[in-house]
Design a binder for this molecule. Structure first.
Ligand code: GCU
Length: 860
């Protein structure tokens, strides 16, 4: 039987596109038994349609209808409510704020129990009261109640839930305008911006309330709606009017908007010839613009500033401090109760030494730039008034969202400044939504980390919640990356991370397994095999990806000079981006020790510094982040560094091969469209993990000259290289980087209008085999390939992965465009002829790397 593994996307009648994500309100299996267990009428204590309380009542109506098949009416008067203590069951679900309950003469007595945005669900007889600390809290409570229902449970006991931290924001890297690219989202893999098109706010903003609904359902309270690499036009009145429309659509969901600003705006708009933060006209400029913005968006959450980093303008241009820069905006939003988030992601790539000064280190930059400033961030105002607060957002990792990095030491140093942790939901370095990556354990490893400030427990989650250093503000920000794609993020599974983010920002102690199980039930339904498989693969996803991309703390060895996607370890060094590995023929790793290295280890409080400064106590998984060692250095595991590299890359890729197989077993147990689109990703990931494995292993084998003691690296007995076939209309092409093609070479058609043929006589015994073809699919055409065995076509495919996959489009023939298609169970007679015909399209020359023919149970 022939079976095409890279499936065309199946469509089915009742297909789930993913647009409702975890808010499908699908009928639960036990709906009949639940119908009588919930109240039959709903009272909304605020019927103004702009209020989240009203939204809550609408969600409850929709949820009851969908989940339980129960129609309920909304009564907008509270007259039917019974007083507490009476024994009359009124069968009402009442939703409102503490204040609204009080107005309705019900004293809920929760003053000391609820914090902002929190809620209490009071179950009493046949009544349920959803009581929010504020309107947003009431909506969160309603969503939480519905979450339980949608998983088949009716809350039967009262409970209170409060958020762990006040700031729970998402950041959007949506470009207002980007050099002719319309609606682009920086590091977004889910389609065009839902907010902007061609330099303006979109006319059609219909995806905005749908998105706000998703955010509200997991407790997120604000969204910065444009890229940190901000366009100066954001503060032009025509754009601000558009932002007002966005804010109006999000407000009923309790989600405030905020905006990122370009520090040089006064100059870039041609209004002033300076952007010096201490210049009077600059201060006035920002105050006037801020006043104008607040006239349109009175509840703007605040500003987000990326300054003096990666070429962005900032206060350092005028020899002013980062605090001068942050306070400029903090003062402007102060009268409105807004917040300024100032990013700690500050480094100057122009000063990083490319030639290998041993002491140079981008990781040191954040602490160095903020040195001596703690306390200058208008902290007295924070303490005295508490209505104006200035916050500092600290990137979670010292370098840049890599697969593994230590916690930023800056968290330990900002003791008089509120801080927030910045996470990435979009998988910039982590497979761009084409490789599965569930963030729970990675984020927990950061949030649960104990920085031991002053020798006392100092967990990152306690620091950002404001508990550790007594800060009234603090919390979470995450780069979202959603777009117009029906799945929002470009992948069904990736949406578990948006759900997870909200849950974790609300309660960082949630269980990684519990969250993914809940999410799966809500998104894919109740089949236990589906729930188990999603949980298992999700929890394996981080170690799997880390294994085949970059382990022992060397970071994701991706192509940092291009799309941050495929393998390219050579790109890490010799440039000013500072993601260095310092690999040479004998040794590898960044020496960040205090005396001999860059000194980064010394930025931590002493107890932590000691652990990382000492090679013996540094955990294996961060060894190369902190130490430079010979390839033959023996790890705590007993394996050498180089052999660990080889083994880990094989282990990761081998595990990725199991994902499609495990997923196939779920067919018919969940929605067909969600199933087939996810299978498509897993099949791709399995193939691309082999590209990763070989590119990294070949690179370090070539550099070190140390062979794999298990004999795998560089030996691929099942492969037939395309360049060794008989070619007609195809020619050899040396691939750059060389290690992203098997044997460094692929074939491309000799012209871009005539097809090419590569054929060979196979040297395999007659039998049934899987046949994999590794080829390259650039984002510049739709080349076609056909594979023949003894003249019979066994498969035909086209270079359309730029539309069926989500990662950044790449034009080159390299590890980012390398891709595999597998034909299962192909009967091959002995001495058969294999032929590939490639038809170029435009600039895409139908490139082929190799064919691999392997017996059952083998993948290579
Ligand atoms: C990364 C990312 C950029 C982004 C930057 C930031 O470097 O690749 O696209 O602008 O982070 O967080 O500011």
């Amino acid at each position: 039987m022939l079976w095409l593994l890279l499936l065309p996307l199946l469509q089915s009648a009742a297909a789930e596109t993913g647009i409702d994500a975890w808010l499908r309100y699908a009928r639960v299996p036990n709906y009949e038994s639940l119908q009588d267990a919930v109240p039959g009428r709903i009272v909304a204590l605020n019927s103004s349609s702009a209020s989240p309380v009203y939204t809550a009542s609408q969600e409850l109506v929709m949820g009851f209808a969908g989940i339980l098949g129960k129609e309920v009416e909304v009564i907008d008067s509270a007259s039917n409510m019974r007083p507490y203590g009476s024994d009359i069951d009124s069968g009402l679900l009442v939703v409102g704020t503490v204040a609204q309950f009080a107005e309705a003469s019900v004293d809920v007595g929760l003053e000391d129990e609820l914090v902002n945005d929190g809620y209490h669900i009071r179950i009493s007889g046949s009544d349920a009261h959803i009581i929010g600390a504020n309107a947003r809290g009431a909506l969160h409570g309603a969503f939480n109640y519905l979450n339980a229902l949608a998983q088949g449970n009716v809350p039967s006991e009262s409970y209170t839930s409060n958020p762990d931290a006040p700031i729970r924001w998402v950041n959007h890297w949506d470009n207002l305008q980007d050099g002719g690219t319309h609606g682009s989202v920086e590091r977004g893999y889910g389609g065009e911006s839902i907010f902007y098109w061609n330099g303006s706010v979109r006319e059609d903003l219909s995806r905005v309330p749908q998105y706000a609904r998703l955010l509200a359902s997991v407790g997120i309270n604000a969204a910065i709606v444009n890229n940190v690499n901000a366009n100066e036009s954001m503060v032009e009145p025509r754009i601000v009017k558009g932002l007002q429309r966005i804010a109006d659509l999000m407000r009923p969901y309790g989600v405030q908007i905020g905006m990122a600003l370009n520090f040089a705006t006064p100059e870039l708009l041609g209004v002033l010839d300076t952007f010096d933060p201490l210049n009077r006209s600059v201060i006035d400029f920002w105050q006037e613009r801020t006043d104008m913005i607040y006239q349109h968006v009175p509840d703007l959450a605040g500003f987000l500033i990326k300054a003096s980093s990666e070429g962005q303008p900032g206060p350092l241009t005028y020899n002013r401090t980062l605090a001068d820069g942050a306070n400029l905006f903090a003062k402007a939003v102060r009268p409105y109760g807004g917040i300024t988030m100032f990013r700690a992601f500050v480094y100057d790539y122009t000063t990083l030494n490319q030639t290998g000064n041993w002491k140079d280190d981008r990781a040191n930059a954040a602490v160095e730039f903020f040195d001596g400033l703690d306390g200058s961030f208008d902290d007295n105002v924070v303490i005295q008034t508490q209505d104006y607060l200035n916050s500092d957002s600290v990137l979670v990792q010292p370098i840049d969202f890599q697969v593994r990095e230590p916690v930023s030491p800056l968290f330990a140093r900002l003791q008089n400044t509120a801080s927030a942790v910045e996470l990435q939901i979009t998988q910039e370095y982590l497979g761009q939504q084409d490789h599965v990556f569930y963030f729970a354990d990675l984020w927990k490893s950061i949030l649960d980390f104990d920085l031991r400030v002053d020798g006392e427990e100092s967990l990152v989650k306690d620091i950002v919640a404001g508990r550790r250093f007594n800060q009234p503000l603090g919390g979470y920000a995450a780069v979202s990356g959603i777009g117009l794609n029906q799945t929002w993020l470009g992948s069904h599974l990736a949406m578990s991370n948006l759900y997870l983010y909200g849950q974790m920002a609300w309660n960082p102690s949630v269980s990684s397994a519990g969250v993914i199980e809940d999410w799966t039930r809500l998104t894919f339904g109740f089949n236990q095999d589906v729930i188990d498989t999603v949980r298992e693969i999700s929890l394996e996803s981080w170690p799997t990806y880390e294994n085949y991309t970059g382990n022992l703390g060397i970071q994701t060895l991706t192509d940092i000079l291009n799309a941050h996607y495929g393998p390219n370890p050579a790109s890490q060094d010799g440039n000013p981006w500072g993601q260095w590995t310092r690999a040479d023929a004998d040794s590898i790793g960044m020496d960040r020790t205090i005396d001999n290295g860059t000194g980064f280890a010394g930025q931590y409080p002493p107890e932590v510094a000691q652990i990382y400064d000492n090679i013996e106590t540094t955990p294996d998984d961060l060894l190369l982040w902190f130490h430079h060692v010979p390839y033959t250095y023996e790890l705590n595991s007993g394996e050498t560094v180089i052999q660990h590299f080889y083994n880990a890359h094989y282990a990761g890729s081998t595990n990725a091969q199991t994902f499609p197989t495990r997923w196939q077993a779920l067919q018919g147990k969940m929605d067909e469209q969600q199933w087939s689109e996810t299978l498509h990703k897993f099949v791709y990931q399995a193939g691309h993990s082999i590209v990763w494995r070989d590119a990294i292993n070949d690179f370090y084998y070539n550099l070190s000259g140390i062979p794999d003691k298990l004999g795998r690296v560089g030996h691929h007995p099942y492969r037939v290289e395309a360049e060794s076939m008989e070619l007609d209309g195809y020619e050899l092409y040396p691939v750059t980087p060389w290690n992203t093609a098997s044997n460094k070479t692929c074939i491309v058609t000799s012209s871009n209008s005539t097809s090419g043929t590569a054929s060979t006589n196979l040297d395999v015994e007659s039998g049934t085999y899987d046949v994999a073809v590794n080829y390259f699919d650039q984002a510049i055409g739709r080349a076609q390939w056909t594979l023949y065995i003894d003249g019979t076509a066994i498969g035909e495919w086209s270079g359309d992965s730029d539309i069926t996959l989500s990662h950044a489009p790449v034009l080159y023939i390299d590890g980012q465009t390398a891709i595999r298609i597998t034909f299962k169970d192909v009967d091959i007679p002995s001495r058969a002829t294999l032929k590939i015909v490639g038809v170029p399209d435009g600039q895409e020359p139908a490139p082929v790397d190799y064919v691999s023919i392997f017996p059952p149970g083998v993948v290579d």
